[in-house]
Design a protein around this ligand. Structure first.
Ligand SMILES: Cc1cc2nc3c(=O)[nH]c(=O)nc-3n(C[C@H](O)[C@H](O)[C@H](O)COP(=O)(O)O)c2cc1C
Length: 159
């Protein structure tokens, strides 16, 4: 299987998961940052890793997702919000919608530690964003359990 792994990452959380997928998936893998403008043509699977910004896939990933047509896609995300929270679920749904013409083989998301300077800044916002209460629990994520869960999710999705 020929897989393209595309990720966006400002502080390293999502990149770490992308590297896990690259090491874990058998076959021929190519890993690229979304900034490198990856070309999805000719791949059996496109894995896209993004982080949540303002409740959606970060802008660079959103643009890439929108540009995809008819690929088989596995999506993963990191976020400050709790896993399974309405905020996190909506963010993933938004990414799925952006990749509307694609086949979504599976998804995974987990918390990703929020940079302390940004957290301090955002805590002062009125009203604070809906995910802020979950952010302290994101410290140390993604952790080894998240990484194992990602491997399981992608294995189940693409065998
Ligand atoms: C500018 C900015 C906006 C963010 N907005 C959200 C958000 O809307 N929802 C959320 O759950 N987390 C939000 N976060 C937290 C990040 O999604 C989270 O820390 C993620 O793991 C960062 O990934 P990275 O290390 O790959 O850059 C935000 C972080 C930053 C820096």
């Amino acid at each position: 299987m020929k897989t393209l792994i595309v990720y966006s990452s400002k502080s390293g959380n999502t990149r770490r998961l992308a590297e896990t997928v690259n090491d874990f998936l058998p076959g021929t893998n190519t890993i690229q940052s979304v900034e490198e403008k990856p070309d999805p043509a000719g791949y059996d699977l496109v894995v896209v890793g993004f982080w949540l910004q303002a409740g959606k896939a970060d802008p660079a990933s959103s643009e890439f997702l929108q540009s995809l047509s008819s690929s088989k896609v596995f999506l993963f995300a990191t976020h400050g919000a709790a896993v399974g929270s309405p905020h996190a679920e909506k963010g993933m749904q938004n990414a799925k919608d952006l990749a509307g013409s694609c086949t979504i083989a599976g998804t995974f998301s987990c918390q990703g530690e929020v940079r302390p300077e940004f957290l301090a800044k955002v805590q002062k916002k009125d009203p604070p964003p809906p995910w802020i209460g979950d952010a302290p629990a994101a410290v140390g994520h993604p952790d080894t359990t998240d990484i194992e869960n990602l491997k399981k999710a992608i294995e189940e999705a693409v065998g």
